[in-house]
Design a protein around this ligand. Structure first.
Ligand SMILES: [Zn+2]
Length: 208
């Protein structure tokens, strides 16, 4: 019997809530306004105790509605395009100094240098229509230099070496270890986009 009563009680509560929704909402909002700190505290406590559940749920929802979400985002962007672009521009302008300072520092680190080289190769590959991802790694570049005795493959001098592509990227060559040789700046630029064969100085190419 108690079960029945409980059930009926719950049903009644639900019914009452349904018919007094607005009043409930108003009371809740009023309470929140008057007890902001407590409300935030409770909220945070609830989040912290249930964060795993909450995060998995939101992750699942994001995955389920990926298309819808990106659609919404696109729509939002289209609708507020000018506003957003203006905001971004203002942000960039007000942070220019900091950004460039950060960039300068980052490019000097080993990772930054490597990323820069890779991006440059990617840009060049894209420019010449070779869609292949830049693949030469830092370790492979070190290996190549070691194999060639840290000398320029064209003049044989020990200078600061840059990466030269045997088959140029613009001719569909890939940025892979098989296609990269070390060259000094002068030779690299005097080679000036000619293939190794055309350059013709009887170079010994080490094959991997
Ligand atoms: Zn050279």
């Amino acid at each position: 019997m108690a079960y029945k009563d409980l059930k009926r009680g719950a049903e009644y509560k639900k019914y009452y809530y349904q018919t007094h929704k607005e009043a409930y909402r108003e009371r809740l909002l009023k309470w929140r306004k008057e007890n902001q700190e407590l409300y935030h505290e409770q909220n945070f406590k609830y989040y912290w105790q249930n964060r795993y559940k909450i995060l998995t749920k939101s992750k699942r929802r994001r995955e389920e509605h990926r298309e819808l979400i990106s659609q919404k985002k696109r729509k939002h962007y289209q609708k507020h395009k000018e506003e957003l672009l203006k905001k971004m521009r203002l942000y960039r302008e007000s942070h220019r100094e900091k950004r460039s300072e950060y960039g300068r520092k980052y490019r000097k680190t080993p990772t930054g240098k490597e990323v820069g080289k890779r991006n440059q190769a990617k840009r060049r590959a894209a420019k010449y229509g070779t869609s292949i991802e830049a693949r030469l790694t830092a370790a492979e570049w070190q290996e190549i230099k070691l194999v060639y005795g840290y000398r320029c493959v064209y003049c044989g001098e020990k200078k600061k070496l840059s990466q030269d592509h045997i088959i140029p990227l613009r001719k569909g060559g890939y940025h892979v270890k098989e296609n990269v040789v070390p060259a000094c700046k002068r030779c690299n630029s005097s080679k000036n986009q000619k293939d190794l064969q055309e350059f013709g100085r009887g170079i010994q190419v080490v094959l991997f």
